[in-house]
Ligand binder design. Structure first.
Ligand code: MG
Length: 380
């Protein structure tokens, strides 16, 4: 099955051509990749958000700039620009995806008299991408920025990591968290519009009474099995790390000798042959194995908005900030629904459904601080 030709999702189409060849993956070697089929997702304890009607149209911030060739854009596998040529490409690209900092006034003009709901990815957005995924710590300055922004706007972290792990990294109880690419959400009971006797409420690790929403819960045994199998089979490959993210598994190969990347791809491919209900996606030097269910970060955004009573409201402006392929699903929801702004964190040009861009986590921090300053100084 050819990822690129079979699936229109920007998720794989954007990154795979380059990555696939570097990994030594032939078009037939990633069979369980992108399709989000109509597979039903039992175990849902709360209702799926209703499709919202398109609210007032947002200004389209895109301008007509021709995109640089994808081959050139993906040079060096998504690394930082290293040449003058790369820098020029970036400046051309940023005309199409304007900086959320330089366009801040435009964003806040639209947000005036609206309630901003903020959704943040974690790795590469709030924390730097590091060699060891267990060491992806956010700075204390970033933590302060997130804490402050959450005082003024409902704020959620949506990460591919397990919910517990991302909670631990961020360390702020006042936020909402969705782990496993949105497949593990706990909505605090106090946040729900109706708090009377919910039969599924449980006590979370941070002592809050919450309603769990885990649409992939039936996949837990399968994910555990695949995790163990991947650990066993990659054990001898120096630098390979397999991470159990509860409802998905990540195989990190950032520290693996490039010559061994094809071997990792084949191992993952061979294991997945036995699991047709799992699919493979490709992030920043990480292969991710997830259940084939119709659920992603975009659905998680819709779900959280509805749970918090913020959906279908013209006075709410959701903003989603993320750096990875999986964040595109959320950007797409906001763009297609004309209901908010996606902000892509990237220092290299890439096609995206986002409306704006920020170069790196440091600029994300600047943007969060600007939001607080705007909220506290402007009469909005
Ligand atoms: Mg990320």
């Amino acid at each position: 099955m050819d990822l690129k030709s079979t699936h229109k999702s920007p998720v794989l189409a954007d990154s795979v051509p380059m990555n696939k060849s570097r990994l030594g993956l032939s078009s037939s070697s990633v069979p369980y990749s992108a399709s989000t089929t109509g597979y039903s997702s039992p175990g849902m304890y709360l209702t799926t958000p209703r499709r919202k009607p398109a609210p007032s149209k947002l200004d389209d911030v895109r301008v007509s700039a021709s995109s640089p060739p994808q081959k050139k854009l993906n040079k060096e596998f998504g690394f930082e620009p290293e040449s003058e040529e790369a820098e020029t490409s970036y400046h051309t690209w940023v005309m199409k995806y304007p900086s959320a900092l330089t366009s801040f006034e435009q964003i806040t003009n639209y947000a005036k008299y609206k309630k901003i709901a903020l959704f943040l990815d974690y790795d590469g957005t709030l924390s730097p991408i590091v060699d060891n995924p267990d060491h992806a710590f956010m700075s204390s300055a970033m933590r302060t920025a997130v804490r402050n922004v959450a005082k003024h706007f409902p704020t959620a972290i949506i990460s591919g990591r397990s919910r517990d792990k991302v909670c631990e990294f961020v360390g702020l109880t006042e936020l909402h968290y969705a782990g496993s690419h949105g497949m593990d959400i706990m909505v605090p009971l106090r946040e729900l519009e109706s708090t009377t006797d919910h039969p599924n409420s449980i006590r979370s690790t941070d002592k809050q009474e919450v309603i769990p929403f885990q649409p992939a819960s039936e996949f837990l045994p399968m994910i555990d099995e695949v995790f163990r199998s991947l650990v066993e089979n990659t054990n001898d490959i120096e630098g390979a790390t397999v991470e159990n993210n509860k409802f998905c598994v990540s195989v990190h190969y950032r520290l693996v000798d490039e010559e061994l990347w094809p071997m990792i791809a084949e191992i993952v491919h061979d294991i997945l042959k036995g699991y047709p209900k799992l699919k493979l996606t490709h992030g920043r030097k990480v292969l991710e194995i997830r259940p084939v269910i119709d659920w992603n970060k975009g659905k998680a955004v819709e779900f959280l908005l509805e749970s918090l009573g913020l959906n279908n409201r013209d006075d709410v402006l959701p903003i989603y900030v993320g750096d990875d392929i999986t964040d595109e699903d959320a950007f797409k929801v906001l763009r297609e629904g004309n209901c908010g702004y996606g902000i892509l964190v990237s220092s290299v040009p890439k096609e995206s459904n986002a409306s704006y861009s920020l170069r790196d986590p440091s600029e994300v921090k600047g943007f969060l601080k600007s939001l607080v300053k705007w909220k506290t100084t402007a009469a909005v």
